[in-house]
Structures are given as structure tokens and as C-alpha cells.
Design a protein around this ligand. Structure first.
Ligand SMILES: *Cc1c(COP(=O)(O)O)cnc(C)c1O
Length: 369
């Protein structure tokens, strides 16, 4: 294997396309598809991913914060963009960049309506978010009358869609709860549709929802993690390809005598003779301290090298005793054949967290574009 030379996050757009096609195969051809590209497209490269999804004719993109949508618009993305979590402070930028807000509370609805009135806008697209059990963001079912009261005889905004979010779509133990959420959402949307003079489209499923509750796909689905190659389940992961591979390189090799310590606070002490490699990757790159002290390992020449001692800001030390390798050799942290989910679980966390943690200073390289 050649070496990538420095710490690099490789972004494989062919893997993204594969995952998109796989997820599409799980839903009806008419069902719209929204690609969630928030948080730098789950820590990869928001623009490269959004452009690729636009080329693949995705129906919608979603970001969490308004600034993320502004970045996409300023970079030339034309696709409709749903902003999942806007604030009143963002309204001006939001409409300047033709971004479509999720309206999730009575307070936000009133403020947005008033703002639209001042702007003299007509039929500005919004998306009504309902809480059906996650208890995070969203109107409650009994807010429907309030919403209708607000929208009645006004045409500043148009609720192009109604949506909700499952609390435990990946958990088979919570099937009953998920189904209750789905029924509740159905009831809410019927109630609303009966009162509006148009019919908003509906969406509820995230990646695991697409896999586990395809009967609740309604008119659109929203996928994030699945597009990036992880399905919260090994069986699903077999059909997906990791988009991001985190690779690094051996800067220096040390031979450690028995009873020597390695790293800050002398957190590791060698029992026998050990060989260690120092890698240019630390907590400032997204590898949190909980990955250290033997909890997680990286792959060197296909073999497991545990992270020993404390994770430093810009470095980790790994135990390469018995592995035939040299300074300059490539090291795989996660990617194909080394799931980010497995790496994350060794530090008690999930793929979502490690993927979105990789800091902007790690060089991104796009492959298979
Ligand atoms: C982040 C997010 C998603 C994507 O979920 P995945 O599990 O990554 O597919 C979908 N909907 C909402 C509201 C989200 O916040």
C-alpha cells in the first residue's frame, strides 16, 4: 500500500451514489428523497456531497442551521433546501437565500408570519414540524387549530410539507412506540389537510425508518447516515459503503523498555518491550480522549494497533508491537473494511458522533467524483 502522506479524510462519491441507489430501492419510485447534509455532510464535505446529490437529481437537501444553507446557496446549489432548526435571528438570511424553514413552534410561526408580512412575501414555502414523541422540536397535535387560525385568510406563507421524526427508528424493541408515532402523524396530517386549501406532502422516515418502516414513507423520506454508509445495523451496513475513510501515517516509531511510560501524565506504562508508533491525529482532529488508554485501535498493515496512553491534541501513540511496518506507512482509522461504527463503539459512542467530529483541519480528498 502506498501512503497518503498526511492525515486525510477520503470522501468516496461512488460510495455515496451506491448508498443513494440502495436506499431508493427500499422505497417507491415516486417517493421523494431528501438528503441530509447538515454538519458538513456528517463531517465529510458538504459542498461535494450536495453537488453529487444534485447531480443524482435528489428532490431536497436539508441542513440544521441557516448558515449551512447560506453556504450551499453561495456555492451555487440550486436544489430546494430545508433548514431544520432556524431561529428568528436567521429569518432575513433565510429568505435572501431562498431557504425553506422548518416551523416548529407557535412562537416561531407567529414571528415568521409577521416577518413575511413586513417583507411583503407571498406563498413563501415552509415546512410544519410536529412532535409525535421525540419531544425535541415540533408543534403538538393540539396546535393544529392554532396553526389554522394563523394561516387562515393569509397567503404570506405556504406549508408545502408536514413532517415529524421518529425517536427510535433503529430499535426493534421500540416498534410499538414507533408505530404509535406513525399513527399520530397520520392523524395530524389528515386533520391539517382537511383544513387547508392545498395538500402539503408528508415525511417522517430517517435512514433506519426507511429500512424498518417503509410503509410510513408517505411522499418523501429523509436520509443522512445511510447515505454516508452506515445503517445502525450490521445487516444494512453490508449493502452500504462508507463514504469517508480516515487515514493517517506513522510519523515516528519508538522502542520502549519495560516500565517506561508513554504520553502525558504517564498514563501508559509498558510491562515488557513494546514498539510504539506516533500518529499525527489527536483530539483536535476529532479523536476524543475516550478513544485512548486502550479503548480503541487503528489498523496498521491490516492488524489492530491499540491507542495507548492519553490522546494528545495533535497526536496519538499506538502499540505496533509485532506488526511489520515502518515510518511513513499508512494507517487506517475507519473506512471500508473498518467500520466507523465499530471504532466509535469501542469508545461507547456511535458512528454519527465520530463522523461529525473530524475537524476541518483534516485534509479532505474527494475520490471517484
Ligand atoms: C438528522 C436528521 C435526519 C437524518 O437522520 P439519519 O438517521 O442520519 O438518516 C432526518 N430528519 C431529521 C429531522 C434530522 O434532524
Amino acid at each position: 500500500m502506498g501512503s497518503i502522506g498526511e492525515t486525510t479524510l477520503e470522501i468516496d462519491l461512488a460510495a455515496l451514489e451506491n448508498n443513494f441507489r440502495y436506499l431508493k430501492s427500499k422505497i417507491d419510485p415516486e417517493t421523494k428523497f431528501l438528503a441530509v447534509v447538515k454538519a458538513f455532510a456528517y463531517g465529510s464535505d458538504m459542498l461535494a456531497i450536495a453537488q453529487k446529490m444534485e447531480n443524482l437529481a435528489v428532490d431536497y437537501l436539508a441542513v440544521a442551521y441557516t448558515s449551512e444553507g447560506v453556504f450551499l446557496r453561495e456555492s451555487g446549489i440550486k436544489c430546494p433546501i430545508l433548514v431544520l432548526h432556524p431561529q428568528p435571528a436567521n429569518f432575513e438570511e433565510l429568505i435572501q437565500h431562498n431557504l425553506e424553514p422548518s416551523i416548529y413552534s407557535p412562537n416561531l410561526l407567529k414571528q415568521f408570519l409577521q416577518f413575511m408580512e413586513e417583507q411583503g412575501k407571498l406563498e413563501y414555502p415552509i415546512h410544519l414540524k410536529f412532535n409525535t414523541g421525540l419531544n425535541r422540536l415540533g408543534f403538538w397535535e393540539n396546535d393544529v387549530d392554532f396553526i389554522m387560525e394563523q394561516l387562515k385568510n393569509r397567503n404570506e406563507i405556504k406549508a408545502v410539507s408536514v413532517f415529524s421524526h421518529l425517536a427510535a427508528s433503529e430499535d426493534p424493541q421500540e416498534k410499538e412506540f414507533s408505530q404509535r408515532q406513525i399513527r399520530s402523524f397520520q392523524k395530524i396530517s389528515e386533520h391539517l389537510n382537511g383544513k387547508l386549501r392545498y395538500t402539503p406532502f408528508r415525511h417522517m422516515l430517517n435512514t433506519s425508518g426507511i429500512i424498518n418502516y417503509p410503509e410510513a414513507q408517505f411522499e418523501m423520506v429523509r436520509s443522512g447516515i445511510g447515505l454516508y454508509g452506515y445503517g445502525n445495523e450490521e445487516k444494512v451496513d453490508q449493502n452500504l459503503k462508507p463514504v469517508a475513510s480516515l487515514k493517517t501515517v506513522i510519523s515516528q516509531i519508538h522502542r520502549i523498555e519495560p516500565n517506561e511510560s508513554v504520553g502525558y501524565n504517564r498514563a501508559f506504562t509498558s510491562e515488557g518491550f513494546r514498539t510504539t508508533a506516533t500518529l499525527p491525529l489527536g483530539h483536535a482532529d476529532g479523536i476524543g480522549r475516550h478513544y485512548g488508554n486502550g479503548n480503541a485501535h487503528v489498523m496498521v498493515k491490516g492488524k489492530e494497533a491499540p491507542i495507548i496512553g492519553n490522546v494528545c491534541m495533535d497526536m496519538i501513540m499506538v502499540d505496533i508491537s509485532g506488526i511489520d511496518c515502518k515510518e511513513g506507512d499508512e494507517v487506517l482509522v475507519f473506512g471500508p473494511n473498518r467500520s466507523a461504527e465499530a471504532f466509535a463503539s469501542s469508545a461507547q459512542t456511535i458512528s454519527y458522533e465520530i463522523l461529525t467530529a473530524i475537524s476541518p483541519r483534516v485534509k479532505r480528498v474527494i475520490i471517484n467524483s
